[in-house]
Design a binder for this molecule. Structure first.
Ligand code: ADP
Ligand code: DP6
Length: 353
């Protein structure tokens, strides 16, 4: 019972910020993203009756107890649906910085949902897979699909109408997204904690909710019309509003660093010179700059020259979830599983293996 899946990260053009139900990961607002070709997670899941507990390896290391607990909790939902009680070895490799605002949780839970449901023998469509991935990390529901993706918040309390769906094919409008790395250290306030604190304490959150549907409908129509300026304007405004809500939280917090503002200023300067580029920022200090393909090299070169910028990764809209053959060695799945399998058949797994 093994499967390997690959899922790409996504960058939110209109942000998901705030939950109406924390257990089911139901959002306060709908959101819209682009799945990126460059950054992804590959996750192998193997269920086996020999295991006495779930084992989670992230980037080749045995994960902490807290992280493993999060994975087990998520796998429980899949075990419930499948009516199975088996534990699993989860071996995941992020080809994206982890917890740095590059959306590792989105690609991570999309890949895990896909690999685990397949490994346990569930036959489900991508809409259902998106609902399952959502319950690991909200933004993961969008990474099931490629290109431009909308996550409709839904109204129902059981979450059955809260899932993502594609709203534009990646080949139809091949924009460029430059992921600007200013800091790869893990952030202090994870998105989950940040949005919860904001919903509960920020007086600016009401303003966010009042305007986000309008932003979404502008972004949707800009994508339909391939109107880049219209999209850029609303993307920037929406990101600034999201970050403004964190300043009003109690205690207040800020994802930006001085380098973040440096990049913002350079993007504004580019625009004053007639080059259309727009920024957006998720829950972290790093910035994503969107532009048209004809401008991608000039924008990249300029950003690489900013002192505080460590690197600039050129991305384009990417694909949705794919499955890899079980023999794939990219994350050494077979080898690792055999190690845990042997250890477990002999004795209960020890965290010091
Ligand atoms: P990011 O900007 O990287 O998404 P978040 O704070 O939203 O940061 O999420 C980071 C969290 O996502 C990690 O602490 C971990 O719990 C989870 N995560 C990251 N990568 C994976 C993975 N490959 N598989 C499962 N969970 C992951
Ligand atoms: C700012 O999806 O990581 O990137 O559902 O609690 O796991 P949880 O949060 P997560 O939050 C993403 C927040 C964001 C905006 C977005 O991706 O839409």
């Amino acid at each position: 019972m093994e499967a390997i899946a690959k899922a790409h990260t996504n960058i939110a053009l209109i942000k998901y910020w705030g939950k109406r139900d924390e257990a089911l990961f139901l959002p306060m607002n709908s959101s819209l993203s682009i799945t990126l070709d460059k950054f992804y997670t590959t996750t192998a899941v193997q269920f086996c009756s020999c295991l006495k507990e779930d084992v989670f390896l992230l980037n080749g290391q045995l994960a902490s107890e807290d992280e493993t607990l999060k994975i087990s909790h998520f796998l429980d939902k899949i075990r419930d649906i499948a009516g199975q009680k088996l534990y699993a070895v989860v071996n995941s490799v992020n080809k994206v910085p982890t917890a740095a605002g590059f959306a590792s949780s989105a690609s991570g839970y999309a890949a895990l949902a896909a690999a685990a449901t397949k490994a346990i023998g569930l036959e489900i469509d991508n809409k259902t897979l998106s609902q399952i991935a959502r319950q690991g990390s909200g933004s993961a529901c969008r990474s099931i699909f490629g290109g431009y993706v909308e996550w409709q918040k839904g109204e129902k309390t059981d979450g059955t109408d809260s899932f993502a769906k594609p709203v534009g094919n990646e080949q139809e409008w091949n924009l460029s997204i430059l992921s600007v790395l200013v800091a790869s250290k893990q952030k202090k306030v994870l998105s989950r904690e940040g949005m919860k604190r904001t919903v509960e304490t920020s007086p600016f959150y009401a303003g966010w909710l009042e305007t986000v549907e309008k932003d979404l409908s502008l972004a949707r129509s800009a994508i339909n019309e391939h109107d880049f300026e219209k999209l850029g304007d609303v993307v920037e405004a929406n990101a600034l509003k999201m970050h403004a809500t964190t300043l009003g939280a109690n205690p207040p917090f800020m994802y930006w660093q001085s380098a973040t503002i440096d990049v913002i200023e350079h993007v504004q300067e580019l625009r004053s010179k007639g080059i259309k580029a727009y920024f957006t920022i998720d829950a972290g200090p790093n910035v994503k700059v969107i532009c048209q393909q004809k401008d991608e090299q000039v924008v990249r070169d300029l950003l690489l020259n900013v002192d505080s910028v460590e690197d600039v990764y050129l991305c384009h809209p990417g694909p949705g979830v794919t499955y890899l053959p079980a023999s794939t060695t990219e994350n050494g799945s077979k080898l690792l599983f055999n190690r845990f399998h042997q250890a477990n058949c002999a004795r209960t797994i020890s965290r010091n293996l």
